[in-house]
Design a protein around this ligand. Structure first.
Ligand code: OAD
Length: 233
């Protein structure tokens, strides 16, 4: 049985109705990421940033996992110690599909973080700048999302998983945001085979040994079925 590291991006949740960032109608064509996804933007206008993430939280609550989430959850449940699911997505659709352990490197919409004391708690559906931190009572509540200019979470754990990966698979991610976009090279350097599953070739497609193109809801279940058949045999 192989050790598999899977990196997912916004394309995984696109067919669940959650917007991607850089496609033609992506979120970053409608919003300036400097305003809503940086610590400086939050300092300038916390209400705007909360409005942005409140809307995304509401979208997420109204969305359901698609066949690709379900397939990845099935794969992880078949071999929890062998399948490391890393996501850049801040939604919880993999968990709702039954995944047992998801590494959220860019944070989570359903978590809140105190910018003052670092306390974390379950986010209410609607967050406001005036909401006090339950631990220190200061009004420094922010979404527990990694913004541009901040360090992604769990990089040590991800490094360890990449070092022992036999196969690295990137699903529905554009290959534009580092460090995630560099995982393919890290995995390949450590000896892993590499596979990209995407609607269209990503910015880093040339770095993968193999690419399969199509909607995640079709190509991910097909790939997972192959792996499970291989393991079963
Ligand atoms: P992007 O919006 O940059 O890229 C989405 C990718 O999904 C593209 O490569 C599309 O081709 C692909 N895609 C779209 N629909 C798909 C489908 N139905 N099936 C398969 N693939 C599909 O999103 P990410 O690469 O995830 O970070 O973005 C990375 C990070 O940039 C995000 O986590 C976010 C963003 O700024 C922060 O907010 C910190």
């Amino acid at each position: 049985m192989q050790n598999i590291v899977i990196l997912t991006g916004a394309g995984l949740s696109a067919e669940s109705g959650l917007g991607t960032f850089r496609d033609q109608h992506g979120l970053w064509t409608k919003y300036d990421l400097n305003d809503v996804a940086t610590p400086e933007g939050f300092a300038r206008n916390p209400a705007l940033v909360h409005d942005f993430y409140n809307a995304r939280r509401a979208n997420c609550l109204g969305a359901s996992p698609n066949a690709a989430h379900a397939a990845l959850a099935r794969l992880q449940r078949a071999a929890p110690d062998r399948v490391c699911l890393v996501t850049q997505n801040v939604d919880d659709l993999l968990e709702r599909a039954g995944a047992v352990d998801v590494v959220h490197m860019h944070g989570q919409l359903n978590r809140a973080l105190c910018a003052d004391c670092g306390h974390r708690w379950d986010a209410p559906q609607v967050m406001a700048p005036s909401a006090p931190c339950p631990a220190c009572a200061r009004a420094a509540t922010r979404p527990d999302i990694v913004w541009f200019g901040e360090y992604p979470y769990h990089l040590d754990r991800i490094d360890r998983a990449l070092m022992r990966a036999d196969l690295f698979v990137a699903i529905g991610t554009s290959g534009n945001v580092y460090p995630a976009a560099g995982f393919v090279q890290q995995a390949a350097a450590a000896g892993a085979a590499t596979l990209e599953l995407n609607l269209e070739a990503s910015a880093t497609a040339a770095l993968f040994e193999d690419t399969r193109l199509g909607p995640a809801s079709q190509i991910v279940p097909a790939w997972v079925a192959e792996v499970l058949a291989h393991w079963g045999g």
